[in-house]
Design a protein around this ligand. Structure first.
Ligand SMILES: Cc1cc2nc3c(=O)[nH]c(=O)nc-3n(C[C@H](O)[C@H](O)[C@H](O)COP(=O)(O)O)c2cc1C
Length: 309
């Protein structure tokens, strides 16, 4: 059986989300943190420190994700992560955000294959404290034109695993994953491979594994926010019940309020509902109440309307 990974989602799958998912359902082999950018001058920013605190990741296999195009900064960060006890690190070559791309990072790096080579040459010229995996898109604008070259670069380096989100940057999160371009990777790399993109059900996951039986892993993001029990379901067949979802929601809400206070929690829960709301296609009115609510009381009434009591 392929391994199951929770995708990194900035502002969504932080450590409280991961902890809550783990204690409610489990089924995840590896959790990836949302991307962390190296900071100069100090070890970690407060928020990064919280994300990486080993006690916040106890009992889970957590892989920190790093976003940079500076090999020396990456090495410094890897060492700090190793000192905290992490045993693997993941590099982000996929983030589509305008500010990230403009700096030639994330999927912006994919426009510069020579720069990628220079980065990897320098990175792997160091004795690294731990294995490095890569999470990538298929290119910047055109997978057919760009992906073979990009894959050929990854193939030349001692990357421990290649996680492929089967879209190009210009797709953002829209359209359908490009399964032919992913199949090209399946045929043309010896790196352990992980598929990522649009898995929203156990059946969808089974279809991917039927077509690509030798995958090391599959990674799920949005589908796991909409159905946090999806990993357990894939692993054991046990489907999440309404009562379990309610308990998960309540635990997450309480954890968020404990850390962030009500105002920021409402903001964060609205993000979660952006995905969780897909479970309730006929409940536009209640979902609108969630989007518009401004107080805890309003929020809890709207959430109860959707989740039941
Ligand atoms: C709100 C949001 C935040 C994301 N943040 C990250 C991130 O920090 N690092 C990363 O590699 N990918 C990030 N992604 C991409 C996801 O990890 C994943 O590759 C993408 O959503 C496709 O998988 P899915 O269809 O299972 O969600 C993010 C996606 C979304 C929607």
């Amino acid at each position: 059986m392929a391994q199951l990974y929770l995708a990194p989602m900035e502002e969504v799958t932080g450590y409280l989300f991961r902890q809550t998912l783990q204690s409610a359902f489990g089924g995840v082999d590896t959790y990836f943190t949302p991307f962390l950018s190296p900071v100069t001058g100090c070890a970690f920013k407060t928020r990064q420190g919280r994300e990486l605190d080993p006690s916040h990741n106890a009992g889970m296999n957590t892989v920190p994700q790093v976003l940079t195009n500076d090999a020396d900064a990456a090495v410094t960060m890897f060492q700090l992560l190793a000192d905290l006890g992490y045993r693997e690190v993941n590099l982000n070559f996929g983030c589509p955000s305008g500010t990230v791309v403009k700096k030639g990072r994330g999927s912006g790096f994919l426009r510069d294959p020579e720069g990628m080579e220079r980065f990897f040459d320098r990175l792997f010229s160091h004795e690294l404290p731990m294995p490095v995996s890569v999470k990538t898109r298929l290119g910047y604008a055109d997978a057919q034109a760009e992906w073979p070259r990009i894959l050929e670069i990854y193939n030349r380096y001692p990357i421990t695993e290649l996680i492929v989100h089967a879209r190009v940057r210009e797709d953002w999160y829209g359209g359908k994953p490009d399964m032919d371009a992913f199949a090209y990777a399946y045929e043309n790399t010896k790196l352990p491979l992980c598929y990522n993109g649009d898995i929203t059900s156990a059946e969808g996951c089974a279809k991917i594994l039927e077509r690509f039986p030798d995958l090391k892993a599959v990674m799920i993001g949005r589908g796991a926010v909409a159905n946090p029990g999806i990993f357990r379901e894939i692993a054991t067949g046990e489907v999440m019940t309404d009562a379990e979802l309610r308990a998960f929601h309540d635990a997450l809400y309480r954890a968020y309020v404990g850390l962030w206070g009500v105002k920021d929690t409402l903001f964060k829960m609205k993000e979660v509902w952006g995905y969780l709301g897909d479970r309730y296609p006929d409940a536009e009115r209640a979902k609108k109440h969630i989007r518009k609510c401004r107080s805890e009381a309003e929020y809890l009434v709207a959430a109860a309307e959707l989740l039941g009591k």
